[in-house]
Design a protein around this ligand. Structure first.
Ligand code: G1P
Length: 293
């Protein structure tokens, strides 16, 4: 069983659902409490043992690359002001030199195309894929739970995080069919991207966390447009599932779709509530708001 060392973060999306906030700033830099969305994702990957972080960016996303670099002026100022705790925090979050890579998706052709853009950086080894729109609140994190389950699976296994959603939302997602159980996971019997409600094989959706074998890149190379005319990773996974096992893991924890305003706002509240320095005061403020006064 080859270890999962690398993770892909596709961060080229335009973020039109958050305009005007995202007019001059990538949506992945929007803060959930005081950490950018993308930092939460990197935290989850790092906790799961990921050693190399691959960002597929696009135009107007250079600030993400700057964010994962040192900021000498800021560091110097903090040092001069003896703000050592803040300084420590900054360096703890920084990927070690040489462990973050950036490549560009030159045209917005879909998620499958974004993943394919990282093929040279990943090489021929299994990898993790984390979609930055989705946050999962749990310790251990969603990817750590998946890697744990993956270790007990077949050598060429692919693992996808899944969760239940109400049927009226099913057509916004990739949906899986449920086959026989496999340890904590189940075999995926079918997959379909954004099906109409009456064609969905279950109420279990693909949550935005994947462990995939490198053969997916060979399929993405020639993948044609699918749902919405975009090159869909799900369509290449359907082909790969003919020759390799695919498992679904119903992870523990609550997910937030931070691609939607309500999901993003709820994530902010949920993450702040968990913080000892913010939770109690926030609860009081929310009580006041709900009291209508
Ligand atoms: C993508 C995937 C889909 C998955 C979803 C999770 O869709 O294609 O299978 O269920 O992320 O958020 P998107 O949200 O990019 O349309």
């Amino acid at each position: 069983m080859k270890p999962i060392r690398k993770a892909i973060f596709p961060v080229a999306g335009l973020g039109t659902r958050f305009l005007p906030a995202t007019k001059a700033m990538p949506k992945e830099m929007l803060p959930v409490v005081d950490r950018p969305l993308i930092q939460h994702l990197v935290d989850e990957a790092r906790e799961a043992g990921i050693e190399h972080f691959i960002f597929v960016t696009g135009r107007n996303k250079a600030v993400i690359e700057d964010y994962f670099d040192r900021q000498f002026e800021l560091e110097l100022t903090l040092k001069e002001r003896n703000r050592l705790a803040d300084l420590k925090l900054l360096s703890a979050d920084l990927p070690e030199a040489g462990t973050a890579s950036f490549t560009r998706q030159q045209s917005p052709l879909g998620l499958g195309h974004a993943v394919w853009c990282a093929r040279e950086l990943v090489g021929r080894e299994p990898f993790a894929l984390l979609l930055p729109d989705v946050l999962v609140q749990h310790k251990p994190g969603c990817l750590a739970q998946m890697i744990d389950a993956y270790r007990s699976a077949d050598d060429n296994a692919n693992v996808i995080a899944v969760e239940e959603v109400p049927m009226e939302r099913i057509s916004s997602y990739g949906v899986v069919g449920v086959g026989p159980p496999k340890g904590k996971m189940f075999s995926i019997s079918e997959m379909v991207e954004k099906p109409p409600r009456d064609k969905a094989p279950s109420n279990l959706i693909i949550t935005g966390r994947y462990i995939l074998q490198p053969e997916i890149f060979d399929l993405l190379e020639t993948q044609t447009g699918g749902a919405g005319g975009e090159i869909q990773i799900t369509d290449s996974m359907i082909t790969l599932a003919r020759t390799q096992p695919f498992y679904g893991l119903k992870f523990e924890g609550r997910s937030f779709d931070c691609g939607s305003k309500i999901g993003f706002l709820t994530a902010n509240v949920a993450y702040a509530m968990e913080r000892p320095d913010l939770g109690p005061a926030l609860r009081e403020e929310i009580k006041k708001l709900l009291g209508g006064k």
